[in-house]
Design a protein around this ligand. Structure first.
Ligand code: 5GP
Length: 114
């Protein structure tokens, strides 16, 4: 299976995932190998391979993804102590799944990379 199909099939509920939020635009589900107590992936319901696919017509999706990420952070009560949002892009950015996704991480003090 081409690896972007994993997320396409999760969105269509053809393969199991712990979906925490879904609307007509995006889907959010728990990462299968969580790197923090809260680790949720947020993806558009339409295919974009990476951040490089953002253009004038589809840029609104990023605002919606951030908006829902913050709502999910609040629902999980990690907003006060804080959290991290990451989007990896391509090989050097560490992107393994070729379907644009946002990581929402929290629930503990995350390691600093600066
Ligand atoms: P990337 O490295 O591409 O930014 O992140 C891909 C993420 O997808 C990883 O954190 C990985 O654990 C997660 N992942 C890979 N395959 C699956 C899967 O089948 N189900 C779920 N829920 N997460 C997955």
């Amino acid at each position: 299976m081409q690896n972007q199909l994993i997320f396409e099939n999760i969105i269509k509920k053809k393969i199991p995932a712990n979906i925490v939020y879904q609307d007509e635009k995006i889907t959010a589900f728990k990462d299968i190998q969580p790197k923090a107590p809260i680790h949720i992936l947020i993806v558009p319901n339409f295919f974009m391979a990476s951040l490089n696919d953002i253009n004038k017509e589809n840029k609104w999706i990023m605002a919606h993804m951030f908006y829902i990420a913050v709502k999910i952070a609040k629902k999980n009560k990690i907003n006060e102590e804080g959290y991290r949002i990451i989007i990896n892009c391509n090989k050097n950015g560490g992107q393994e799944i070729n379907y644009l996704h946002m990581h929402l991480l929290g629930g503990e003090k995350l390691k600093s990379f600066s």
